[in-house]
Design a protein around this ligand. Structure first.
Ligand SMILES: Cc1cc2nc3c(=O)[nH]c(=O)nc-3n(C[C@H](O)[C@H](O)[C@H](O)COP(=O)(O)OP(=O)(O)OC[C@H]3O[C@@H](n4cnc5c(N)ncnc54)[C@H](O)[C@@H]3O)c2cc1C
Length: 264
């Protein structure tokens, strides 16, 4: 690990002042510290967000669940408010990694990192969430721009993520057994704007699956999802799963998610 300067500001104004130059925000460190230890990543200064009280917490107002950027996955998983409004989102948070990762990792860090196999990005995209930063609000459709890439500008701070509750929703994940990241993860949602389906672990970035959305708009049933035959072109292939396997599993996992959403 290269040496770096460490700052822990008490509020957002101080964080914005500290993030100038070669500096990175530090949330739970679940990705950033590992990457820095391996010298895959470096920064002259880390700006720890852990002391900024208004980046934490969950609020529900009307139809919208808003989760502060520094809220750990474990808190979302056990939140009665989230379980009541969007149970699929609480279940997604509870499926992330192991207990330590869920207690240290944050929604802001996960979303900013945009790992192509991370769970939250599928939830954001399928539910039509909005990422609120210290500068603007970005809809999920515009936020995830590629592998580990987002619409965030240098130094832009995620403050919260706002999720509209869906009529029906569920997340199904086929886990890589060692890391518990998604080999294939799919979030299905019946929303005010129609059926939205987002997949993670399958391609270079989270994406909406047009073929599944079209089929489920006609018939929101497991049978309709399972009947969709996806081309493996563009799917990830590695030692854990071929592109053909991932493409086939995506329809299977979507069918399971639809069954779970209909069973609520
Ligand atoms: C063993 C292991 C297993 C895991 N399994 C899963 C899994 O199954 N599913 C899954 O989805 N994830 C998984 N993760 C990832 C984990 O869920 C974390 O959310 C993710 O690593 C981000 O960690 P963090 O919140 O600590 O952010 P950090 O590591 O502190 O930061 C990550 C990046 O986000 C930036 N950042 C952090 N907060 C903000 C903010 N508010 N605004 C702007 N930029 C910000 C940082 O500068 C950095 O670039 C796993 C991680 C580990 C180590």
């Amino acid at each position: 690990m290269y040496s770096f300067d460490y700052q822990r500001p008490a509020d957002r104004a101080a964080a914005a002042a500290a993030i100038q130059g070669d500096a990175r925000y530090l949330a739970g460190g679940q990705t950033l510290i590992q990457a820095m230890k391996l010298r895959l990543s470096s920064a002259e200064r880390l700006v720890d967000l852990g002391a900024i009280a208004d980046l934490k917490g969950i609020t529900v107002a009307g139809n919208t669940v808003t989760i502060g950027a520094m809220t750990p996955h474990a808190e979302v998983a056990r939140s009665a408010a989230v379980r009541g409004a969007i149970p699929a989102l609480a279940e997604l948070a509870g499926s992330i990694g192991d207990a330590m990762v869920r207690n240290q990792g944050t929604i802001g860090g996960s979303v900013a990192n945009a790992d192509p196999a991370a769970d939250y990005p599928a939830g954001l995209l399928a539910l039509g969430a909005t990422v609120n930063t210290d500068r603007r609000s970005i809809v999920a459709d515009d936020f995830f721009t590629g592998m580990f890439e987002t619409a965030l500008q240098p130094g832009e701070l995620i403050v919260s993520v706002a999720f509209p509750a869906a009529q029906k929703a569920a997340y199904a994940k086929f886990k890589q057994p060692a890391s518990r990241f998604a080999l294939v993860g799919v979030f299905v949602a019946q929303t005010a704007g129609g059926v939205r389906v987002a997949a993670t672990g399958c391609k270079g970035s989270v994406y909406r699956v047009a073929e599944l959305e079209a089929a489920l708009a006609k018939s929101f049933t497991p049978e309709a999802a399972k009947a969709v035959q996806l081309s493996p072109a563009g799917f990830n292939a590695d030692l854990h799963a071929s592109a053909e396997y991932r493409a086939a599993m995506l329809s299977v996992m979507a069918a399971r998610a639809v069954a779970a959403a209909n069973a609520r």
